[in-house]
Design a protein around this ligand. Structure first.
Ligand code: F3S
Length: 282
């Protein structure tokens, strides 16, 4: 029986970079905090906690901290949080993904020039909150095409449109078309990162060939949930597991290929464990 891993699975570039930064810093013996959990994966966060890394939940908690280093996670924070860290004399270690940082720079420049910023994404997501926090002028967050239909820009203002990195490309394109039809003066920067799409495409391709699919990821990870749905469409016997302990496979002899994929917050170590387990036991 063959065990095959999806071509793109697990940590994306930005998350890997941020997580590696925390592990490196944890070894220095300094007092290390992360602003929010570094990744939505309990195993990783628990391991880091054992190494002494503490998680700052919110701004209020940050205000109470007197010394140490604060690591910013891949989806970034607002300029206000950066300033607060600086003003408190804490060391700021910025592990914001460069693709997200690029959006911060675009919106900061464009709002300084007087543009009205439109962020296409989920207003409650920390990445979008961070992006909004780099706009010095007016900003609107739109999540759905219906919101774009209803949106009326301030008169005489140029619009600058960006997207949350994980936003769906087709929907983004559709929203931009709505703005085009309305004839607004605008500049559009497609800031969607293809890591999510690559993972989904690779998962679908593998699931279409697999007899059994295993999807690994945290139970609160929305991108893992999406991977599971995609795999389920192609392969009826798709299993969603958080760790190896959740895997209770009983494979009939007819199974020739088991495919494995993992959400963007699943560490390599766990993917390898599952891969080895299936290889050895079946
Ligand atoms: Fe960066 Fe893309 Fe990941 S923006 S954090 S590499 S999903």
């Amino acid at each position: 029986m063959e065990v095959r891993l999806a071509e793109h699975a697990g940590f994306c570039f930005g998350v890997r970079r941020a997580v590696d930064t925390v592990y490196e810093q944890a070894k220095t013996g300094k007092t290390i905090y992360t602003y929010g959990p570094i990744v939505h994966n309990e195993e990783v966060v628990n391991e880091l906690t054992r190494m002494g890394v503490r998680v700052i939940k919110d701004r209020q908690e940050l205000e109470r901290i007197e010394s140490g280093s604060v690591i910013l996670r891949a989806h970034g924070v607002s300029s206000e949080i950066c300033r607060l860290i600086e003003d408190k004399g804490l060391e700021c270690i910025d592990a914001t993904c460069p693709f997200v940082k690029r959006i911060h720079n675009i919106v900061a420049d464009e709002s300084a020039k007087g543009s009205h910023i439109v962020v296409i994404g989920n207003a409650g997501h920390p990445e979008v909150e961070g992006i909004v926090g780099w706009c010095s002028g007016e900003v609107t967050v739109l999540e759905e095409p219906e919101d774009a239909e209803k949106f009326v820009p301030p008169p005489g203002k140029k619009l600058c449109i960006v997207a949350q990195t994980t936003y769906n490309y087709n929907k983004f394109h559709y929203i931009v078309e709505i703005f085009e039809k309305k004839g607004y003066n605008k500049c559009t920067v497609n800031t969607i990162c293809n890591a999510t799409e690559e993972r989904q495409r690779a998962a679908r391709a593998l699931a279409a060939q697999a007899d059994v699919m295993i999807v690994i990821g945290g139970k609160h990870s929305s991108n893992t949930g999406k991977l599971y749905d995609i795999c389920r469409e192609e392969c009826e016997r798709t299993y969603y597991i958080q760790t190896l302990d959740d895997l209770h496979l009983q494979l009939p002899d007819a199974v020739r290929m088991v495919g494995i994929t993992a959400g963007a917050s699943t560490p390599n170590k766990l993917i390898e464990e599952v891969q080895n387990y299936v290889r050895i036991n079946f």
